[in-house]
Design a protein around this ligand. Structure first.
Ligand SMILES: NC(=O)c1ccc[n+]([C@@H]2O[C@H](COP(=O)([O-])OP(=O)(O)OC[C@H]3O[C@@H](n4cnc5c(N)ncnc54)[C@H](O)[C@@H]3O)[C@@H](O)[C@H]2O)c1
Length: 255
């Protein structure tokens, strides 16, 4: 018996990093997984690799900032699978690593558009789709930077702080409605994905020293560490959990 047997899951940002690892784990736990992303070739490859391991997985091209694409993807899932039970709002980008004084409005808006508007649209259309079935679970990927500030992260931290409270507002709206939809956020620390690899490349050895000095565990997390948290919140084991925030960060915000 898998922890997600019979459930249909949509994972945005599913072609890479945390979304990919979550797709692999969800499929192993018995879910029918629909990955979506703007990276089409990579997304199709990930879905094919999951199918090769015996998992049920497909890919849809999907820009999460475009509302009409959300309508289309959710309608297709309901048509093809009959219900949507799990949504991971995982698509996101980094902030660019610059000070507020240097940041142009376009850089600010682009980050907010993908990291916050995209999650709003996901909550809106995910809730609508889930309420046509037996309800479900939405997991929004925020960040430790949705909990605490850090220099040169203004746009990213603002977007992730927004995701944290959007999650709580959505959870409260859904709490008394039947069928029930639960909404929670996950706050990853520094995890070994392509997003962090590009920050590492930009900042060089200084970044590794920062991790060793500031993360209590002294190392990066693995994508599967986040995937395990997502699967828990998606599963019926978390049936009484909504509006909560799960921090998975090697102790970073405990300092
Ligand atoms: N890796 C970390 O350390 C870390 C820490 C905290 C939070 N996060 C968050 O986790 C999420 C996943 O990040 P990751 O580290 O796996 O990065 P990643 O770059 O490996 O994956 C992000 C995916 O999102 C996709 N994407 C970007 N814009 C999109 C759009 N408009 N529509 C659809 N897909 C889009 C990308 O193509 C990519 O496949 C992000 O929201 C990120 O902010 C990551």
């Amino acid at each position: 018996m898998g922890r997600l047997d019979g459930k249909v899951a949509l994972l945005t940002g599913g072609a890479s990093g945390l979304g990919r690892a979550t797709g692999e784990l969800m499929a192993a736990e018995g879910a029918t997984v629909v990955l979506s992303d703007i990276q089409e070739v990579e997304g199709e490859n990930v879905a094919a690799a999951i199918r090769e391991t015996g998992g049920a997985c497909s890919f849809k091209a999907h820009d999460t900032t475009d509302e009409s694409q959300w309508e289309h993807v959710c309608a297709e899932i309901l048509e093809e699978h009959g219900h949507l039970d799990i949504l991971l709002n995982g698509a996101g980008i980094g902030g660019g690593g610059m000070s507020i004084e240097e940041m142009d409005l376009e850089t600010w808006r682009r980050c907010l558009s993908i990291n916050l508007d995209g999650v709003f649209l996901g909550c809106k259309h995910g809730i609508r789709a889930m309420r046509q079935g037996t309800g479900g679970s939405i997991i929004n990927i925020s960040s430790i930077l949705g909990l605490i500030g850090m220099v040169n992260t203004a746009n990213y931290a603002a977007s992730k702080g927004g995701v944290r409270l959007l999650t709580k507002a959505a959870a409260l709206e859904c709490a008394r409605k039947t069928p029930r939809v639960r909404v929670n956020s996950i706050h990853p620390g520094f995890i070994d994905t392509p997003m962090v690899a590009s920050a590492m490349q930009r900042r060089g050895p200084e970044f590794k020293e920062f991790i060793e000095a500031n993360v209590p565990f002294g190392e990066l997390g693995e994508p599967v560490d986040i995937a395990e948290g997502v699967v828990y919140l998606a599963s019926d084991a978390a049936k009484f959990v909504t509006g909560s925030e799960l921090t998975i960060d090697g102790g970073f915000v405990a300092r």
